[in-house]
Design a protein around this ligand. Structure first.
Ligand code: NAD
Length: 260
């Protein structure tokens, strides 16, 4: 059981921090060879070292998921390194700038959609030729944002990107079913990661931003934010043969936050 992913190759975007890091470590623990992709080389490298230190195998690749050339070469690197690709965790994402629609800058809208939504498309686009060879599992990180009626005010670009990922996941699940490729989305509630610090936005956008309150206590189940390790358990399940009939589905992992 511990080595249930032995011989499988997994690619994790945004693998250098938070949910991606947690999943990369968990998949490696269960025997997968992991390609850690992040636009921050050092972060990816540290996670690679953590995996190797734990007895696993990994490579770290610097790539920006919103840049086709950069991402294509990262995916090719991963698949060619071990000769196959079985598991794709399309997870890299940013909060973007949370502000009113009238104050949201066009370039901020574009950046959020480019990384969160186009990045997901590009990750699948370049992975599919490899996944088709033997089938596989794709997991996309959406969010409770964009998937429930009451979302946080100010998250228009973010919520649109996260809702778009679910529509894209459903189309991909239908299109890829005949190749034995499953595609699912996970919708985390508040999870303790570095997403609040990884804003990477311009000074003008920073000035327009509504501060995002960290929603401590937003989970009715645990009354505190979840951990990347809890999300990693779900990613492992969706990546493994235990979920062989599950495709085209979004799974909330939020302690019932989405029901509030
Ligand atoms: P995080 O900031 O801790 O980790 C994200 C990683 O992605 C970082 O290492 C960052 O460098 C990388 N990244 C960002 N843009 C990239 C790009 N263009 N190309 C490659 N790598 C890039 O954040 P996280 O919370 O772990 O976020 C992961 C995913 O989870 C995101 O899609 C986010 O929307 C989603 N999510 C997070 C929460 C939460 O509460 N933390 C809730 C729901 C959904």
């Amino acid at each position: 059981q511990q080595q249930q992913l032995k011989g499988k190759v997994a690619l994790v975007t945004g693998g250098g921090s938070g949910i991606g890091r947690g999943a990369a470590l968990r998949l490696a623990e269960h025997g997968a060879y992991v390609c850690v992709i992040d636009r921050e080389r050092e972060r990816a490298e540290i996670v690679r070292e953590e995996i190797v230190h734990g007895g696993g195998e990994a490579v770290a690749v610097e790539a920006d998921v919103s840049n086709a050339d950069s991402l294509r070469s990262a995916v090719v690197h991963a698949a060619e390194r071990w000769g196959r690709l079985d598991i794709v965790f399309a997870n890299a994402g940013i909060n973007g700038t949370w502000t009113t629609i009238e104050d949201l800058m066009e370039e901020d809208w574009d950046r959020t959609i480019d990384i969160n939504l186009k990045g997901t498309f590009l990750t699948l686009k370049y992975s599919i030729p490899y996944l088709k060879r033997q089938g596989g599992s794709v997991i996309i990180t959406s969010s409770v944002n964009g998937n429930r009626i009451f979302s946080n005010i100010g998250a228009s670009a973010y919520s649109t990107s996260k809702a778009g990922q679910v529509a894209f996941m459903q189309m991909a699940a239908l299109e890829l079913a005949e190749f034995g490729i499953r595609v699912n989305a996970i919708c985390p509630g508040a999870i303790k990661t570095n997403i609040g610090q990884n804003t990477n936005r311009t000074a003008e956008a920073e000035a327009a931003a509504i501060p995002v309150e960290f929603p401590e206590g937003s989970s009715p189940l645990e009354h505190h934010a979840g951990s990347p390790e809890q999300v990693a358990d779900l990613v492992l399940f969706l990546a493994s043969p235990q979920s062989s009939l599950i495709t085209g589905t979004k799974v909330y992992i939020d302690g019932a936050e989405s029901l509030l």
